[in-house]
Design a protein around this ligand. Structure first.
Ligand SMILES: *Cc1c(COP(=O)(O)O)cnc(C)c1O
Length: 391
């Protein structure tokens, strides 16, 4: 049998020049760390903006809240979606003004709504009566948008079930909001993060159309649809390119709103920052559990608790690169902590060169989103993931 040889095209993910900048950092710094290239973020933002020029972008801060990232996106004209008063304080301190901020979390303490209102926030998401009543008490006259539930099927990192409500419930909330002295402004949904089935947007947009009409009959004119995130980063599982997403979604919108589109908001997180990041890690140990086992265990100095939480259920499959060649064999990849959950990929077998060994560098691509801020504070004494910014 002919042995399969290791092949990985760095250029599929970034130019040689950009990768060399990461390697330069790797020469001077202890692993693990995350290197984020701001030029990539700028390109991603501009690509989305030019392909969907009618939409207002509210960057979902949680994907990567580094000050440098926020400042760059602010300069490029982005608005921001926050989930907590802590994110609010952070971006206000960077000089971002409240009319460019929405409070998109439907799960809020009443005192936090008051805090946000006092700071000037006037746009809030909601999906329940209790939350809406809190908003009406603490943020009188504010605009509210109502989050529709989405199954999240087709998404690698679904957000289903926890957020949103069914259309019949939303209908009742919209009518009630007026009585409570709020401005029923629009609807929102999120089809699930890293959504690879573009048809999912069609279904949610159709629900919006239906609700726009239903409440119009009661004299309420909704003005906005917030389509959330879901746009892709470049991982191992293939997706369509962004322009295919934007073209199809635009078509769905125009089909359902032929008389003219309402105000459209999108809240990209992952698609703006994911491709900008490379985590540089090092192999701690390579071992076999028995002489006849076909698999080697490869333990890295980064794991589920130091930034790679999205490997839960092996949901997100990062492209992984080592600078070695030759024949490959299947490996099980795991993190360094003393927790048996700290295994990254076991069912999906990565193939790495037979020659890899301790202290080899491992480059984990497409790690600019949902990594660094997910890293734990000193579990097992491992420090939180460091991040460097390059341009
Ligand atoms: C997390 C989140 C986003 C970002 O989603 P991505 O799939 O990362 O683009 C957008 N909107 C809301 C409300 C979110 O919770």
């Amino acid at each position: 049998m002919k042995k399969e040889r290791y092949s990985f095209s760095v250029e599929e993910y970034m130019t040689k020049e950009r990768f060399n900048k990461v390697k330069k950092l790797a020469k001077k710094n202890q692993t693990p760390f995350l290197a984020v290239n701001l030029s990539v973020i700028k390109e991603k933002y501009e690509e989305l903006k030019s392909n969907m020029s009618f939409a207002k972008i509210y960057y979902a801060i949680k994907a990567n809240p580094a000050d440098e990232v926020i400042k760059l996106l602010f300069e490029l004209g982005s608005n921001f979606d926050i989930a907590s008063v802590y994110e609010l304080d952070q971006i206000l301190s960077l000089g971002i003004t409240p009319e460019r901020i929405s409070f998109g979390n439907t799960i809020k303490k009443e005192k936090d709504i008051k805090y946000a209102f006092d700071k000037g926030i006037r746009l809030f998401a909601t999906d329940s009566l209790s939350d809406m009543e809190k908003i009406s008490r603490q943020a009188k006259g504010s605009k509210v948008f109502f989050r529709l539930i989405s199954e999240g099927s087709g998404a690698d990192w679904p957000l289903s079930r926890k957020f949103g409500a069914h259309p019949d419930k939303i209908y009742q909330l919209i009518l009630k909001s007026k009585e409570l002295g709020l401005e029923p402004y629009g609807l929102s949904f999120h089809v699930g993060s890293q959504q690879r089935d573009i048809g999912q947007w069609d279904e949610s947009i159709a629900q919006c159309r239906y609700l726009f009409e239903a409440v119009n009959e009661k004299g309420i004119k909704l003005k906005m649809i917030n389509m959330g995130g879901g746009f892709p980063g470049k991982y191992k599982n293939p997706t369509y390119d962004l322009p295919v997403y934007t073209k199809e979604i635009t078509r769905f919108l125009k089909e359902d709103f032929p008389e003219g589109l309402p105000e459209i908001i999108i809240e990209p997180g992952r698609s703006i920052v994911a491709d900008s990041g490379v985590i540089v890690s090092e192999i701690v140990l390579v071992s076999k559990k028995s002489y006849l086992s076909p698999y080697r265990w490869v333990y890295l100095d980064i794991g589920k608790f130091s930034g790679l939480i999205e490997t839960l259920d092996e949901s997100i499959k990062y492209p992984i690169y080592v600078e070695k060649s030759g024949s490959v064999s299947e490996v099980i990849l795991a993190g360094p902590t003393c927790d048996s959950q700290d295994v990254l990929y076991e069912n999906f077998k990565y193939k790495l060169p037979a020659k890899i060994k301790d202290k080899d560098k491992v480059y984990i691509f497409t790690t600019g989103a949902y990594t660094q801020t997910y890293s734990s504070v000193y579990f097992n004494g491992f420090p939180p993931l460091k991040m460097f910014v390059i341009e």
